[in-house]
Ligand binder design. Structure first.
Ligand code: PLP
Length: 268
């Protein structure tokens, strides 16, 4: 067993998002997955009913115990709840020199619940972005982080440039629009100037719970296996599009989730 990745994120009991979805995703890429819970969420596939952040000391304790036992080749952060939790996570990542950090800057659920407050967002930008290999905002998150109103791909490129100046090596803005097509834009910092890559696809009319978690975890898994960030993002984006076509399952009464079991032969 070589590649191990850790998810530092919220616990979504429905399994569609958060730590359960992250570990399931790591496993799909052949990567061993561990998870540190930052907050309990009370939710099903319909909505988030409430959020209860853990005490920052308890988040730190879970994480330190794991980091002192196992070597992780990548870390994915998702819901971090508040500034104190962000601080504890940043301190430990720094202390243990963890590489390949993917920061999914989760701030709100689709149903509107606050998953990271404003002070927490500031702290995430200040402490985690400079350590990150990749930050993966969706369009509203990128707009909030930069103040750029995103109406087209040029705006995505501008917002991505501003996020890069906050410190990460690369940024992936997910789900921009361009005349009926959907665009994921990757901007990577290079000493001789930024490179921009656009991943364009036809827009699918699916509203799936947890896609952000699955995409960020896919990238973390591929980084932990040794892929460079451009390869990891490009494989993860194409696999996500495949998942949206073939791996969407309605498990409850609300939005469907991504679920791609391994199969196998069972007698029942
Ligand atoms: N719950 C947790 C723990 C999450 O990390 C996220 C998103 O990252 C959500 C809920 C929100 O998922 P959605 O936007 O699909 O409702």
């Amino acid at each position: 067993m070589k590649a191990r990745a850790i998810s530092v994120a919220g616990f979504d009991p429905s399994g569609g998002a958060g730590t359960l979805a992250d570990v399931r995703t790591f496993n799909r890429y052949g990567v061993y997955g561990a998870a540190v819970v930052t907050a309990l969420t009370f939710q099903d596939t319909r909505k988030v009913y409430g959020v209860s952040p853990l005490h920052p000391d308890d988040v730190g304790r879970q994480m330190e115990i794991l980091l002192s036992d196992m070597d992780f080749q990548a870390v994915k952060t998702g819901m971090l709840a508040d500034a104190e939790i962000v601080g504890v996570v940043a301190d430990l990542l720094k202390r243990y020199g963890v590489k390949n950090l993917v920061v999914d800057p989760v701030m709100r659920s689709t149903s509107g619940a606050v998953l990271l407050d404003d002070r927490g967002t500031e702290e995430m930008v200040r402490r985690l972005f400079p350590m990150a290999t990749l930050v993966t905002p969706n369009v509203p998150e990128a707009e909030y982080l930069t103040g750029v109103e995103i109406g087209n791909v040029k705006d995505m490129e501008e917002a991505a440039g501003r996020i890069l100046r906050m410190g990460p090596e690369a940024v992936l803005i997910k789900g921009g629009h361009l005349e009926g097509e959907v665009v994921d834009l990757l901007r990577v910092r290079r000493p001789d100037g930024d490179r921009v890559y656009r991943f364009v696809d036809t827009k699918l009319n699916v509203d799936v719970h947890g896609t952000g978690c699955v995409l960020a975890s896919s990238v973390a898994a591929l980084l932990s296996r040794g892929c460079d960030v451009i390869t990891a993002v490009s494989l993860a984006v194409s696999d996500m599009r495949k998942a949206l076509r073939e791996g969407v399952v309605k498990v409850g009464r609300g939005r469907p989730v991504i679920f791609r079991p391994y199969g196998g032969n069972f007698p029942c």
